[in-house]
Design a protein around this ligand. Structure first.
Ligand code: HEM
Length: 199
C-alpha cells in the first residue's frame, strides 16, 4: 500500500475528541472471531494467546503487555475511531459510491467494474488509511489506477468533491472532514500515476 504515512500519522494525532458519524441503529452486535492471530500486530513477533484485547468484536493477541497498550492507544487516538469505526466508514463508502455513480463526469469509469468488490476494497483501504485495526492488502494506488484510460486531475477532483459532500451530509465536524480530505489528497499523485509534486 502506498499512502502518505507522514500525513496520516499527523492527522491521527490531531483528531482527539472530535464528534464522529453516529453508527446506524441497525448495526449488528459485534461478534468475536474464533481464530486468534499468531503474529503480534504491533511488533510482528509471535503473539502470546494470554495477552489479548478486543476491538470491534475481534480479539487480538500481542507479544507482550507493551504491545497491547500501544494497540489500545493507537485505536483510541485513530481518525477511524473518531469517525465512528466500521459502521461509519461502511456507511460513508456506500453513500460516496451512490454519488460517484450518479456523477456524469466520472460514472463511466465504473461501467465494467464489480461495484460490490469496489465498495469492499475502498472500505478496506480507507479503514487502514484512517488508522483502523486491519491492514490494507489490496493493490497499491498506482497499480489500481494504472490502466484507466483518460483518468486526469479533473476526475480526481470530482471524486474528492463527492467524498467531501458525503462527509458533510454525515454531519461530521469540519476538523474531521479536513483530515479525511487530506488523506484523500495524499493519494493524488499515485492515483494519477504521476511523479510526486515537488515539496
Ligand atoms: C481518493 C482517491 C482514490 C482512492 C483512495 C481510490 C481507491 C481505490 C481502491 C482501493 C481501488 C481497488 C484496488 C484493488 O482492486 O485492490 C480502486 C480501484 C479503482 N478506482 Fe479508485 N481511488 C481513488 C480515485 C479514483 C478516481 C479519481 C477514479 C476515476 C474517476 C477511480 C476509479 C477507479 C477504478 C475504475 C478502479 C478499478 C476497478 C477495477 O478495475 O476493478 N479511482 N480505487
Amino acid at each position: 500500500m502506498k499512502i502518505n504515512l507522514p500525513t496520516i500519522t499527523a492527522v491521527l494525532f490531531l483528531s482527539a475528541g472530535l464528534p464522529g458519524i453516529s453508527a446506524p441503529a441497525t448495526t449488528p452486535p459485534a461478534s468475536q472471531t474464533d481464530e486468534l492471530n499468531k503474529t503480534c500486530p504491533i511488533s510482528g513477533r509471535p503473539a502470546n494467546s494470554s495477552i489479548t484485547s478486543v476491538y470491534e468484536g475481534t480479539k487480538y493477541a500481542f507479544a507482550d503487555e507493551a504491545c497491547r497498550t500501544k494497540f489500545i492507544d493507537l485505536r483510541a487516538n485513530s481518525l477511524y475511531q473518531k469517525l465512528g469505526g466500521k459502521p461509519a466508514v461502511d456507511a460513508a463508502v456506500e453513500s460516496f459510491y451512490k454519488k460517484v455513480l450518479a456523477d456524469i463526469r466520472i460514472k463511466h469509469f465504473f461501467d465494467d467494474v464489480n461495484m460490490d468488490k469496489q465498495r469492499r476494497k475502498q472500505k478496506e483501504f480507507l479503514s487502514a488509511a484512517f488508522g483502523g485495526p486491519t491492514a490494507y492488502v489490496g493493490k497499491d494506488m498506482r497499480r489500481a489506477h494504472a490502466n484507466i484510460p483518460g483518468l486526469n486531475e479533473s476526475h480526481f477532483n470530482a471524486v474528492a468533491e463527492n467524498l467531501q459532500k458525503t462527509l458533510e451530509e454525515l454531519k461530521l465536524s469540519k476538523e474531521l472532514i479536513d483530515q479525511v480530505m487530506a488523506i484523500a489528497a495524499s493519494t493524488k499523485d499515485d492515483v494519477l500515476n504521476r511523479k510526486p509534486a515537488a515539496k
